[in-house]
Design a protein around this ligand. Structure first.
Ligand code: PLP
Length: 410
């Protein structure tokens, strides 16, 4: 007999914290797009930050080899030694500071670092500053674990986006203990200048904060060099880096990442591993060793392909009436200001615009609201386009349709 959806003891109300658990509403958009595709509509999936580029062959082969070699058992909770060493070496080289294997706790993806950081450092009622717009899991987990989520804004400046550090400083109160920073930012593509990072480091020291540096896109860049807050004087002792293989090696579904930071925090992460997943899949970790220590041509090719896609997508969006699109040097997202296009089409609220465009053109994207609620004073409207899951031809085709759709309303 099938299980009735409301079966179970009468007194079994859910724990009160469940009401505070958020989600990533982008998956709702993904389901809607998939349903349309199943009905035969041509859909252009710009909504999800996933890649249609295969994982480099040497990494796939290393996983297969590890499986054949019997690397199919439990392994150390902190992660296998060679992987922790390889991650420490990679970060030491890119950050100009010294990490060793004891600073690394391997995780099944970068995402678990967010929850473990909060569980290790946030008490009930503590305030946590987090970016809005930003990765929706920050706000969800802060509230779920009993903290208070205090959003800070990204502001449009000089064609791009930056943080209003004075505003952040004003948001710090007596209960503020943590800051979540996603420089190389999803969704805006923003990154702080060296001077802004220095100012932020001063603020962090002055208010004695812990920082989660979400560096998911640190190596996805098309020019210049990424900087990390953790590299600045006094920061290493109070920053935990979210490290992931997902984006730079096109390994989103493999689930491999790490929390990297002070040993005393990493030890808590490892104990949380013991209490949760025990360890990250062992043969996936051996693939990670190959990713970091083997041939890097695959990773270079991924970034080169993404760069071509970025250029095509940005040029079409920026040429669309009522759209202004900044060209970020990092991430695989574009976050154009579409206020004018929404006015032209008469579809002036986010959901009607998103649905109207999807219906008329097949282009599926996220709106600003998929990255948190609008903050007081926000007047411009933004969409997020992920160009990591479509070829340049499909980007041209899909965004060309979007452009024609808006032009018809001129
Ligand atoms: N942080 C940011 C800003 C992201 O955009 C993502 C994925 O989209 C993640 C963390 C988590 O990625 P993963 O768990 O695949 O490493």
């Amino acid at each position: 007999m099938p299980l009735h959806p409301s079966a179970g003891p009468d007194h079994a109300a859910f724990a009160s914290r469940v009401a505070r658990l958020g989600t990533e509403t982008v998956f709702v958009v993904a389901d809607e797009a998939a349903a349309r595709a199943a009905r035969g509509q041509v859909v252009y999936p710009f909504h999800l930050g996933d890649l249609d580029i295969p994982t480099p062959g040497n990494i796939v082969e290393a996983a297969a080899r590890a499986m054949r070699d019997g690397k199919t058992t439990y392994c150390p909770n902190a992660g296998i030694g060679p992987l922790r060493e390889a991650i420490a070496a990679d970060l030491s080289a890119s950050h100009g500071v010294t990490f060793d294997a004891d600073n690394v706790s391997v995780q099944p993806g970068g995402k678990p670092v967010i929850g473990k950081f909060l569980l290790a450092l946030m008490d009930r009622g503590d305030e946590v500053l987090y970016p809005d717009p930003g990765f929706p899991i920050y706000g969800s987990l802060i509230e779920f674990f009993g903290g208070r989520a205090v959003p800070y804004a990204y502001v449009a400046e000089g064609g791009g986006f930056t943080l209003d550090l004075d505003e952040i400083e004003r948001s710090v109160g007596p209960a503020t203990r943590l800051l979540i920073l996603n420089d190389l930012h999803n969704p805006t593509g923003a990154e702080l200048s060296a001077r802004e990072l220095e100012r932020l480091a001063e603020l962090v020291l002055r208010h004695d904060l812990w920082v989660l540096c979400d560096e998911a896109y640190f190596d996805v860049r098309y020019g210049g060099a990424s900087r990390s807050l953790a590299s600045l004087p006094g920061m290493l002792e109070r920053c935990v880096i979210l490290y992931t293989f997902s984006k730079k090696y096109a390994m989103t579904g493999w689930r491999l990442g790490a929390g990297v930071g002070p040993r005393r925090i990493v030890e808590i992460f490892n104990r949380l591993n013991v209490n949760g997943e025990s360890c990250t899949n062992q043969f996936v970790q051996w693939a990670g060793v190959e990713a970091l220590t083997g041939d890097q041509n695959g990773a270079r090719e991924i970034v080169a392909r993404l760069e071509r896609r970025r250029d095509v997508a940005q040029a079409i969006l920026d040429a669309t009436p009522g759209v202004r699109c900044f060209l970020p040097a990092t991430t695989f997202y574009l976050y154009p200001d579409v206020t004018g296009a929404m006015e032209l089409t008469g579809l002036t609220d986010y959901e009607s615009f998103r649905r109207g465009v999807l219906e008329a053109t097949g282009v599926s994207m996220c709106t600003r609201l998929h990255f948190g609620p609008e903050l007081p004073g926000e007047t411009r409207r933004y969409l997020r386009f992920a160009y990591s899951g479509l070829s340049t031809e499909r980007i041209r085709d899909g965004l060309g349709r979007l452009k024609t759709f808006v032009e018809r309303h001129q």
